[in-house]
Write a protein that binds this ligand. Structure first.
Ligand SMILES: *Cc1c(COP(=O)(O)O)cnc(C)c1O
Length: 757
């Protein structure tokens, strides 16, 4: 939509004489692209406040803001419009409802816990085929913020609109309903995900049904294609339009690529709006040392659209995003080569086959490469060609699952309680950096690592949030201070050295975290050391206590509540003495994952979330109702397949003896990759095509063999070692250990892949 500030002010019950035209609404300052036509809403969330970014946005050219108050530095400026409202989020929603009221068209509203985006994209693509002017939510923008931003995309000539609505707390659907006002209401699959904010599932389903109020037609179902067909029919179109349309992948994959490049692979609907969101995702991964390259396929558009106009729009986006190099791959994009900016080094090819046959990938050098094209025409082969040449075993990390797990724990805590995200041991084996980036955006109060080197690596990669170092026994104070890492201190000796060094570096009030031993009996100050501790802290202003903490030994032991209680008592006593001694406030924290689940009343000022973030519950399923999402999946592929008669022996020392004719697959992952040798000889089962396949014979250093007789396997099939289908808990059980050890044992040579849905 396009509206003037004058009109927008009127909608919000304000007055303004400004004729500035607004075509873009912005809530996240990182996504800025057309400053002069942008209206920024300074939203406050539990973790951030948009008012912080106003001055910066002004510097970057934005001149229109919806705010609670004008920041002091800009109070005098007269070339910007400030609309002052009690609540900018409500203003955003009010504006969207107004935009909705400007059109009298069929509007589809989709809710449910799974499949919303897939159904929406199927219907959208089908309608484009029918030549309709359709607007739909970009990707899965379905929240209290995403829905109004989506609705804003309605234009006066829009013929049909499709929006997703997602909720995580009671009361939210009414708000979304009043903005979307669907004429066709759709409920896809309902299950228990995101239930944290609701008393029970029925309440949540009831709430979701509020979206259907006033609809001419209501559609429910859990088969994406059937539901999409029903929607088309409700809109007076034929379900046959769906023929030949594939379901989109909602994933954005980030991989290490050839020659120090980083690739982003996106097979979402390849149209202009989704190019914009992919470029936005890309911009957050830009670094000065990498060139920015886009490999772009033919774009989906309405039958009957002016093709050159479509690619001109794409060209403008690439230019705005600062893309250095474009490789167009497709007949249509090649035919529009001349609309792209001549400053961009561009090349065009008619097909992915031509690219694969002709393009020398060694020409890529230190680039950030976005690969965006329609599904099913070979862009996945381009992506694989650009992957750095490593072996076939990968650890996939679902960053959305990390965020969901973070929020599930968040929901158990008071809003003001800080969350320390434990990313020690390389993020429990999953890789600390991507985790840190994700959690930084999610509002964690601190990251915690075990050793200084881990903290330094995060800082060097651009992580700016506070970092706590738990076991900083080290002489490298220079690194500690210059990278602004906050040490935990657990002995008088360490504290004395730290104070001396801080003084030598001329530091004042350097933050430290005091560790008390309340029952783990590992490290930490105990009762008879507290006087010495207080005296030492009072004698200096070089360091200052930022927090005091302790660690529970038995939070996950259901029969040790009395011991845990004694730890809480000791913690209260020790922190009270410290507090009385140093006479300034500091934060307190003791709960780990199991602690948060079992003793939320002991959350104090912060909690330290570890294994739960990675989707593993430290408690048995019957002891908790929290549902966590699996984060990590370790998988490999079958590289050899043979049928052997009974009595054949497999592997070293002939330890695998076949008792029947069997099909044996060889998988390129072994104990040097973290697949423990004790998993051999049938002790563990990996999943192939949904079948559990036992190991056969001894695990080798780089390979292992599994029995796939019943799995209908072929060369190239995926073997899941652990992940959504092969629970890591079962593997841990096999070794008599805990999932923590299995996760952190995945060797660094295994390629890590991160994705968001
Ligand atoms: C690792 C660690 C945690 C996190 O424990 P989880 O059981 O993974 O939640 C918390 N506190 C300290 C001091 C730790 O070392």
């Amino acid at each position: 939509m396009k509206l003037t500030i004058k009109d927008i002010a009127a909608v919000l019950g304000k007055s303004s004489s400004s004729n500035r035209e607004i075509s873009t609404l912005l809530t996240d300052s990182r996504s800025l692209c057309t400053p002069e036509a942008t209206l920024f809403f300074a939203l406050k969330t539990s973790v951030n406040d948009g008012h912080r970014y106003i001055a910066d946005l002004y510097r970057r050219g934005v001149r229109a803001f919806v705010v609670e108050r004008v920041p002091e530095v800009l109070s005098g400026v007269d070339d910007a419009d400030f609309l002052i409202v009690p609540n900018p989020l409500v203003a955003l929603q009010t504006l969207a409802a107004y935009v909705r009221s400007l059109v009298n068209i069929p509007v589809v509203g989709i809710t449910g816990s799974r499949g919303k985006t897939i159904v929406k994209e199927l219907v959208y693509t089908a309608l484009l085929k029918a030549g309709k002017r359709v607007v739909r939510s970009p990707r899965s923008w379905n929240s209290q913020i995403g829905v109004p931003l989506s609705v804003w995309h309605i234009e006066r000539d829009t013929e049909i609109a499709i929006f997703e609505a997602g909720i995580d707390h009671p009361g939210q659907m009414q708000v979304l309903h009043d903005i979307i006002r669907p004429t066709v209401g759709v409920m896809t699959f309902i299950n228990g995900e995101h239930d944290a904010g609701f008393v029970d599932r029925a309440t949540k389903v009831d709430e979701k049904r509020q979206l259907m109020t006033g609809c001419d037609k209501v559609i429910e179902g859990d088969d994406n294609r059937l539901v999409a067909g029903d929607i088309l029919e409700a809109l007076g179109e034929s379900r046959d339009l769906l023929n030949g349309i594939d379901e989109v992948s909602t994933r954005l994959d980030v991989h290490d690529g050839v020659n120090d490049s980083l690739t982003i692979f996106d097979e979402f609907t390849a149209d202009v709006p989704s190019l914009l969101s992919a470029l936005d995702f890309m911009s957050r991964r830009k670094t000065a040392s990498r060139r920015n390259t886009v490999i772009l396929g033919d774009l989906l558009h309405r039958d009957g659209d002016d093709v050159r106009a479509v690619y001109s729009q794409a060209a403008a986006m690439l230019k705005m995003a600062g893309i250095d190099r474009l490789i167009g791959v497709g007949k249509e994009i090649s035919s529009c080569a001349d609309v792209f900016d001549p400053l961009t080094a561009s090349e065009f090819m008619e097909s992915t086959d031509e690219f694969l046959a002709r393009y020398d990938v060694s020409r890529f050098d230190r680039e950030l490469i976005l690969i965006k094209g329609k599904r099913g025409v070979g862009f996945d082969a381009i992506m694989r060609r650009l992957e750095s040449p490593r072996h076939q075993s990968i650890l996939e990390v679902n960053l959305d699952a990390v965020v969901d797990n973070f929020n599930s724990f968040r929901a158990l805590l008071k809003p003001q309680t800080g969350m320390v995200a434990m990313v020690k041991a390389s993020g429990y084996g999953t890789g600390a950096l991507e985790l840190a980036k994700t959690l930084q955006g999610q509002g964690a109060a601190y990251l915690a690592v075990a050793v200084i080197e881990e903290g330094v690596a995060l800082r060097r990669a651009g992580i700016t949030m506070p970092i706590m170092v738990l076991n900083p026994v080290s002489t490298n104070y220079q690194a500690l201070f210059s990278y602004n890492l906050e040490p935990a201190v657990f002995s008088i000796r360490e504290l004395e050295m730290l104070i001396n060094e801080a003084a030598r570096f001329g530091l004042k009030n350097y933050p430290v975290h005091i560790k008390f031993d309340t029952g783990m009996h590992r490290v930490g100050f105990i009762d008879n050391e507290i006087d010495g501790l207080v005296a030492l802290l009072k004698s200096t202003d070089s360091v200052k206590v930022a927090s005091a903490f302790s660690h529970l030994a038995t939070a996950d032991c259901l029969d040790e509540d009395a011991y845990t209680e004694s730890q809480f008592e000791a913690f209260d006593r020790l922190t009270a003495s410290l507090s009385a001694g140093i006479a300034y406030p500091f934060k307190r924290h003791i709960l780990n994952t199991a602690g948060i689940m079992r003793y939320p009343e002991r959350q104090y000022d912060m909690v330290r979330l570890g294994i739960g973030l990675y989707g593993v519950s430290p408690l048995p399923p019957e002891a908790t109702d929290i549902t966590l999402r699996t984060v990590a999946k370790l998988s490999s592929t079958i590289i050899s397949l043979k049928r052997w008669p009974a009595e054949t022996t497999i592997g070293y020392s002939r330890r695998g003896v076949l008792t029947r004719e069997s099909v044996i697959a060889t998988v390129p992952i072994g104990y040097a990759d973290g697949v423990d040798r004790h998993f051999g000889r049938g002790n563990a089962k990996f999943v192939v095509n949904g079948h559990l396949c036992p190991t056969v014979g001894n695990i080798c250093m780089d390979l292992c063999m599994i029995d796939v007789t019943d799995a209908n396997a072929e060369i190239g099939d995926l073997v899941e070692i652990f992940g959504p289908e092969a629970p890591i808990e079962a593997l841990a059980e096999t070794l008599g250990t805990i999932p923590y050890e299995i996760l952190t044992s995945v060797s660094p040579r295994i390629h890590r892949i991160y994705f968001r849905e």
